[in-house]
Unconditional design. Structure first.
Lengths: 10, 213
């Protein structure tokens, strides 16, 4: 999905 | 990684260090809301569950460990340290912070990037962090005189998320990254600090004591 992002932020 | 993001994380770290310095040097947590600190422990635990499931990052992992360790230490000090816990303004830290947890959990259940345990909890932590400062702001309004360290702590805490907003704007234009959940929650979070920022900068300009109406 477009919303799914790898968590690269704190 | 960009300068806004780095500055934001360092500001966040600085806010926590200021709070730890205040509690350790003055042996007092007067003016600090334990409810806000409790919520932050919940935010970090629910957000950093992926510490061991995702690949470790030289940058993120140390920060996550420090945020978890310091937030738990602060709550420990305020609850169990024999001297510090006497200085906790129990009677004026009255915000019903449990009423914040349920709506954030329900919202996370319905609005999340992916309906998995980790992602729902991550969304929960993003929503909860946006409102976690409320008990602290309410406590400041009832405090007659806010000591400098507490004022600086809250200011840095608000500034860090404002810097994240700049980071997201940069990433949107530079890396075409779109993240509605943290964007909207971050805007709400920073907006909650608006009046505090106003009074804090005013008191800093007029070189007078910080006082919230």
């Amino acid at each position: 999905e477009c919303l799914y992002q790898p968590k690269d932020e704190l | 990684m960009n300068a806004f993001r780095l500055l934001a994380d360092l500001t966040h770290l600085l806010s926590i260090i200021i709070l730890l310095v205040k509690i350790r040097t003055t042996k007092s947590c007067a003016g600090i809301s334990l409810k806000t600190q409790d919520l932050y422990v919940l935010v970090f635990i629910s957000r950093y569950l992926d510490l061991f499931t995702r690949p470790l990052s030289l940058y993120n992992t140390p920060f996550k460990l420090v945020f978890l360790a310091t937030s738990i230490t602060i709550v420990y000090y305020m609850r169990y340290h024999k001297v510090v816990k006497q200085t906790y303004n129990k009677d004026s830290d009255t915000f019903k912070h449990y009423f914040l947890i349920l709506p954030c959990a329900v919202l996370a259940f319905f609005i999340n990037p992916k309906f998995t345990f980790i992602e729902v909890l991550w969304s929960f932590s993003i929503y909860l962090e946006a409102v976690a400062i409320l008990p602290q702001l309410v406590l400041l309004q009832s405090s007659s005189n806010i000591d400098n360290l507490t004022g600086n702590y809250v200011f840095m805490l608000g500034a860090y998320r404002a810097l994240y907003l700049l980071n997201w704007i940069y990433r949107f234009f530079a890396e075409d990254v779109v993240r509605w959940i943290p964007w909207i929650a971050g805007l709400v979070q920073t907006a909650l600090y608006a009046d505090f920022f106003y009074y804090y900068i005013k008191s800093w300009r007029n070189n007078e004591r910080l006082k919230l109406p």
